[in-house]
Design a protein around this ligand. Structure first.
Ligand SMILES: Cc1ncc(COP(=O)(O)O)c(C=O)c1O
Length: 435
């Protein structure tokens, strides 16, 4: 398999093999995952050997909300390239996009841009620190690779466990940042209150996703909002993954609580590098009191792609489609598991759904699922991130394959031979050093 050969070479040239942990082949199907693509259109992916797969997994780790190579977005990008993708002068699309983002989120008046989610989150935290002239950050969930966030693991190396990505090593993060990033768990207002009680006068920001794995308990988000307002900390909603999945804009629009800053990336430009930090004028003006500036934040492709993506998203009511397709898949997983007699639990937003097989060797079983599904022509995992390009017929064909595969898993469990059916190692999750 050419993809695996190239990946072995990559591991010698690129520490960690890939630029994104979640694209490591080891996460899905070690030694068997196609790993690289030559083409991706709609929901179809072609690997280096010319094999064609239907992507029923994570669609560019949640970036390709419209589907791969969306014609409308790509036409806008090609037009931007033809007119010069960068210049000594600025791209007017930046202003157009700022207007559109503020129209979608009427509580926000100002916008800055970056090109990646983690980078934009760092910008948001810097603005919050500059605005409040305070240092500490209370947070919940995963927010990328930057120092402000990994600092949570300096004192206690499991502080970030339970926040989506366990085992993140803060090597290289200055020890002096210890105690500046303080974690609390979603729906645990008591934990946030304890952080606030101990750090009332030095809390710059409360950073969280408005919703992810579990829904907010009644009053939870409003209580967070009230605490932030009371202590004059900046409430930052990280919408890097949740944005443009449940509505055109941030999921917080549906939850009825507004932050002071919201951060978007991934789906906002259908896979083109783009990120935005939007916020109230009062807080965002602090971006002028600190130095936040970068050449490639001014190029034209990102804003052009974002404008085309968001306009299509709104016009075609893409969020409704994602929710519909996601719900079909979740119901199909449950039905297929019931028919096979498998213990399966589903969780997550309808448009960011996920299953877990409730067995001790869950990882081996999920690996076997991916292996069998790959043989049937699917990129499949225990997560599904629907796109506008997924149609009901894709779901039906996929669920037929899932039904067959779950029956095989049930048989393997009954016979106790899950491990011997695997043609390679069991998948590994989380952060670790590759050999
Ligand atoms: C909630 C959240 N914040 C931040 C990030 C980091 O974004 P990026 O990978 O674009 O740097 C991610 C990525 O998965 C995310 O899910």
């Amino acid at each position: 398999m050419k993809g695996q050969i190239l990946y072995q070479k990559a591991k010698k040239l690129i520490p960690g093999g890939t630029q994104l942990l979640s694209k490591r082949p080891e996460m899905f199907l070690p030694k068997q995952w196609p790993s690289y693509y030559t083409q991706a259109h709609g929901v179809e992916v072609v690997d280096l050997d010319g094999n064609v797969y239907t992507d029923m997994s994570v669609m560019g780790i949640g970036a390709c909300v419209l589907g791969y190579a969306d014609p409308e977005v790509d036409a806008a990008v090609k037009a931007a390239v033809d007119r010069g993708s960068t210049c000594t002068l600025n791209a007017p699309e930046e202003v157009e996009l700022a207007e559109l983002l503020c129209e979608l989120h009427p509580w926000a008046q100002m916008v800055r841009y970056a090109r990646a989610g983690g980078e934009a989150m760092s910008m948001a935290v810097r603005i919050a620190r500059a605005h409040t002239r305070r240092d500490k950050v209370a947070f919940c969930g995963y927010h990328g690779w930057a120092d402000w966030y990994l600092a949570a693991n300096l004192g206690q190396d499991d502080a970030l466990d339970g926040h989506l990505m366990p085992g993140l090593d803060p090597a290289g993060v200055p020890r002096g940042l210890r105690g500046t990033a303080l974690p609390f768990h979603y729906n645990r207002i008591d934990q946030l209150k304890a952080i606030v009680d101990a750090n009332r006068d030095n809390l710059a920001a409360i950073v969280m996703e408005p919703q992810r794995g579990q829904p907010p308990e009644p009053g939870f988000l409003q209580a967070v909002r009230d605490i932030a307002t009371e202590i004059s900390a900046v409430l930052i909603f990280d919408e890097v993954t949740t944005g443009f999945r449940m509505t055109t804009g941030g999921i917080h629009l549906l939850l009825g609580v507004n932050p002071d800053i919201a951060v978007f990336a991934k789906a906002m430009a259908n896979g083109y590098a783009m990120a935005a930090v939007i916020g109230t004028e009062e807080v965002m003006q602090a971006a002028q009191s600190t130095f936040i500036s970068s050449t490639n934040w001014t190029e034209r492709i990102g804003p052009a792609a974002a404008l085309a993506t968001i306009r299509k998203h709104r016009r075609e009511n893409v969020a409704e489609h994602l929710i519909h397709i996601g719900n079909l898949v979740t119901a199909g997983w449950r039905q297929a598991a019931e028919e096979a007699g498998l213990k399966l639990h589903t969780s997550g937003l309808p448009s960011l759904d996920h299953f877990s097989l409730e067995y001790e060797d869950e990882l081996a079983l999920t690996t076997l699922f991916t292996q069998i599904m790959l043989e049937k022509g699917y990129l499949a995992w225990n997560q599904f991130k629907p796109s506008f390009a997924h149609q009901e017929h894709h779901v039906k064909e996929y669920l037929d394959a899932v039904t067959d595969t779950f029956a095989i898993l049930a048989e393997a469990i009954a016979k106790g031979d899950v491990a011997s059916r695997l043609k390679g190692p069991v998948a590994r999750r989380g952060f670790y050093r590759l050999a």
